[in-house]
Design a protein around this ligand. Structure first.
Ligand SMILES: [Mg+2]
Length: 294
């Protein structure tokens, strides 16, 4: 399958029917960044359900945090902890797990405990805190903090020393096969997977079992820097405006017309994006039939 801008042009020459799969960030994208509502997206959600198009939420949250909303949304699968974890769609064969999957939360905690004191004392992970401590530093409710602490593959942490010292920590983690990613308030220990690599994996699995006359067409939606790779990986991407977030630099996919910046924030922008993506797919599928017949 193709993962670049040529896909759109080639699809009309080779006549594959496009088979969409939707990957979406949650907070600030499908969920309103203030009240977590997805009501303005109900129209598009309904449309996906009616057409049997899989929706796979992709978030930095834990599986425990995503489960309830995932079920409400009728999600086919989940990409959680920023891609370190994946709950495969029930109708897809994931194949054997890659090596990076073997880095578990327990491995990361063990690594932390082997650190020399001069690094260890600057690091506070979620596993070093109780629910109340996580609630205090994240602003989550106690209940949500409890779900956020049910980690399977990654460990967010605060760092109280210099960037140079963080580089030392990163090098040490790297030697143990663990990556360090830097976010806004938190850094995070993680394996090699991210949202984008999961999008590719899941699309490849769908493509393997799809009819040869079909082409998997990934649609990605996100609002933040940790969504950029996923937006670039998908055949079609939408940047949902987040009035309170970090504004994203122009992505290469925007210049190539694969990625569209939607000025409407949150679920209302999500709704518009999905409607537009479905319209594009219908047009391409119609053109395909026309050229196949003509
Ligand atoms: Mg977001």
């Amino acid at each position: 399958m193709l993962h670049d801008g040529r896909a759109m042009a080639e699809s009309t020459n080779t006549y594959p029917e496009l088979m969409p799969v939707v990957f979406s960030d949650l907070d600030g994208t499908l969920l309103d960044h203030l009240d977590y509502s997805y009501e303005p997206a109900l129209g598009a959600l309904q449309r996906l359900k009616a057409r049997n198009i899989p929706l796979i939420p992709a978030s930095s949250k834990t599986r425990a945090e995503m489960q309830a909303v995932g079920e409400e949304l009728g999600a086919a699968g989940l990409i959680f902890e920023n891609g370190a974890g994946v709950q495969w769609p029930g109708d897809v064969d994931p194949g054997p797990p890659a090596a990076a999957e073997h880095i578990s939360y327990a491995d990361i905690r063990r690594f932390i405990e082997t650190l020399p004191t001069d690094l260890r004392r600057h690091l506070t992970g979620f596993g070093d805190m109780d629910d109340a401590g996580v609630a205090a530093i994240t602003g989550l409710s106690l209940r949500d903090a409890r779900l956020a602490r049910q980690r399977e593959f990654t460990e967010p942490f605060t760092w109280s020393a210099s960037i140079q010292e963080l580089d030392r920590l990163t090098a040490r983690a790297g030697a143990a096969g663990i990556c360090v990613t830097s976010g806004g308030r938190f850094n995070s220990f993680t394996g090699a997977h991210d949202k984008a690599s999961r999008v590719r994996e899941i699309c490849n699995a769908y493509a393997t079992q799809a009819d040869s006359a079909c082409r998997v067409w990934s649609i990605a939606l996100g609002d933040a820097p940790n969504d950029c790779e996923m937006l670039e990986t998908a055949q079609r991407g939408f940047i949902i405006h987040n009035p309170d977030g970090t504004s994203l630099p122009e992505l290469p996919g925007e210049r190539e017309g694969r990625i569209t910046r939607v000025p409407t924030p949150g679920p209302a922008g999500w709704n518009r994006s999905i409607m537009l993506a479905l319209q594009e797919i219908d047009t391409m599928n119609k053109n395909r039939k026309r050229s196949a017949n003509g």
